[in-house]
Design a protein around this ligand. Sequence first.
Ligand SMILES: O=C(O)c1ccc(O)c(O)c1
Ligand SMILES: [Mg+2]
Length: 629
Amino acid sequence: MKTSIATVTLSGELPEKLEAIARAGFDGVEIFENDFLAFDGSPADVGRMVRDLGMQITLFQPFRDFEGMPEPLRSRTFDRAERKFDVMQELGTDLVLVCSNVSPAALGGIDRAVADFHELGERAAKRGLRVGYEALAWGRYINDHRDAWEIVRRANHPNVGLILDSFHSLSRKIEVDSIRSIPKDKIFIVQLADAPLIDMDLLYWSRHFRNMPGEGDLPVTAFTEAVASTGYDGYFSLEIFNDQFRGGSTRAVAADGHRSLIYLADQVRAKTQTLIGAAMPKRAVVTGVGFVEFATDEDEAGDLIALLKTLGFRLAAKHRSKKVSLFQQGEIKILVNVEPTGFANAAYAVHGTFAYALALVVDDAAAAYQRALALDAEPFSQPVAEGELELPAIRGVGGGVIYLIDDKSALGRFSDIDFEPVTDSDDNGDAGLLHVDHVAQTVAFDEMLTWLLFYTSIFEAAKTPMVDIIDPGGVVRSQVVESDNGALRITMNGAENRRTLAGHFIAEKFGSGIQHLAFATDDIFATARSLRAQGFRSLHISPNYYDDIEARFGLDPDLTDRLRAENILYDRDDGGEYFQLYSGTYGEGFFFEVVERRGYRGYGAPNAIFRIAALKKQMRPDGVPKDAG
Ligand SMILES: O=C(O)c1ccc(O)c(O)c1
Ligand SMILES: [Mg+2]
């Protein structure tokens, strides 16, 4: 796939945008007129910059309100076109994007538009240039690619072709199969954008809410499949108008864009066997969380270990060469790393005690690693002692690490190979915790789409709809990435301000990361009893909450009493019931959760507001928990 992106997608000044686009790996760039007009250099300077970065200018855009104008506007429009042609020749690009007319002065009529395009084609041909016509979803007369194609077909000029833009076609739910019969040579370029499904004015939706393919809800893959079926082998160019991207990190958004195209090509190839992208292993199937690793130091490890103990974990093994202890309960493995050097220590120095790494058990770790790299993931490695395993790893959220292990290679036995079993002299028995139910990551709001795309492109997982959670200090947006088998469940909370618990965590931790871990039990009341016996202090939940759920769900008062006595939160969905129990916060807002699912699929979103209020009440203004046990 030949990749391109419109400069309008990114924040910053033109040189910064171009540098980020090249660095992300794009082959081409659409120069958006305003970016060029705001730049001090000449068109030739821009052309040189692009080519020096190893890219092509795929097109110059947009040329507006062209077709169907009455005189004298019509003549002026052609004069304007000639001036754009001058700029294009200086830039060194042969294609201009003409978007369908939105002017109140425009006259309709296919014949008139056909005649205008034929003449524009003649003028372009004299200079060796080409004209591409795109139907804007809100065009005055032409707002459907089928009509734009009819005009291009009848203009019947080799220098006039069609520009398809997935947003305009999909936002109007135009049948994508109508693309299949268009001759590939008449498709001059294909623009791609996704968008979240929001019911609003098309123009406003398009100019503010587009996002990268795979980040939204539109069937961009089906659209691209239809394009690929024509044999089209030109550029696929991202054109994303998005307020968040315009204010975001230029490099990060460009990198997301490149990843989105690689992933899209992979999906299209998998479905149609069309060779539009490089072959890569399938999305990795996650079968479990292998371990979660905390970075801390000798002094601070004590409190963390004490908390793990009250949760029923026992010290099971010690690393053979590093200062890393392995705590276990059921299938859950927690590593506590107090190495005075190395990556974990550096992470600790920046973030404080921190769950910096996560190991995912996948069907094939080597393949998953290869796929992640093909999708531009950043590899991670650090020296290991002789005889120890080198776990394949990539950088994850907030600069954390994701290790990839599997059961088919020695990687699955990492805890036997790299660790020495020990007997815990202070083992009080477990609390019935079985496995990691979900990992909750707090991220800056403008990174949410980044990580959504990261997880869903590498792993066999899908997103669920975004939910708003009301924190007393503001709104937190919550989005889940989960696999069908339930083995991968990641909740991402995006904080827009630092007065929220999530925002506080990010500010104090100097970045995004794992904010809580939820462990599964199959008997929440038994677990609550053993936790209490081991000195665990559950998060106190307001009695008002229990009166409300009793009425809301029609609970048996006995059950409500038991829930209240143990500070257990309750929810129910079509699948069944959900029980949640929380620890207080540890450090700058990290906490543990214990859940029991009785067929329930969700994450207790309706309870989040009460949980957040309780956690905040428990934290002193300096952020140190009052009675976290
Ligand atoms: O919003 C617009 O005006 C606009 C301009 C050019 C495009 O290619 C497009 O898709 C939208
Ligand atoms: Mg477009």
